[in-house]
Design a protein around this ligand. Structure first.
Ligand SMILES: [Zn+2]
Ligand SMILES: [Zn+2]
Ligand SMILES: [Zn+2]
Length: 134
């Protein structure tokens, strides 16, 4: 069923810019990219567009360990998890059946329904890791 939605040019510009990024970006990062591309879009508009895309499931959002909201246009539809390099931003999309089973079981044990969870792993990828000193 098609939901009527407001497709402003700003949102399209934000969507296109986000799709070109391979890792998670902040609204500030994306705003800078758009400005460098000649757009006059404002930071608040970028943030609203990103939040809207995330709400519609067209972008993933998460909080960095520093508490910053980050966004990404993911290739995987539906629920999944992320493995993110905190140095270069390289991101892998993961399915995590163990996590899904565990959250369902724990929630059921405590009588919780309508549960949701966010599990994202931050670390250093192979390229960013210090060479092993062995
Ligand atoms: Zn994702
Ligand atoms: Zn890396
Ligand atoms: Zn999950």
């Amino acid at each position: 069923m098609e939901q009527p939605r407001r497709n402003t040019w700003q949102r399209e510009a934000v969507r296109a810019a986000l799709a070109e990024k391979r890792g998670f970006v902040s609204a500030q990062d994306l705003h800078q990219v758009l400005r460098e591309g000649g757009s006059t879009i404002g930071l608040a508009t970028v943030y609203r567009a990103l939040a809207g895309l995330a709400e519609m499931g067209e972008a993933d959002s998460l909080q960095s360990p520093e508490g910053e909201n980050l966004f990404r246009s993911c290739a995987t539809q539906g629920h999944h998890h992320h493995l993110i390099c905190r140095s270069c931003g390289d991101t892998r999309e993961l399915s995590a059946n163990l996590v899904e089973e565990w959250t369902q079981r724990v929630a059921a044990e405590h009588g919780f329904s309508e549960i949701e969870h966010v599990v994202d792993i931050f670390g250093l990828c192979m390229n960013c890791r210090e060479p092993a000193s062995s």
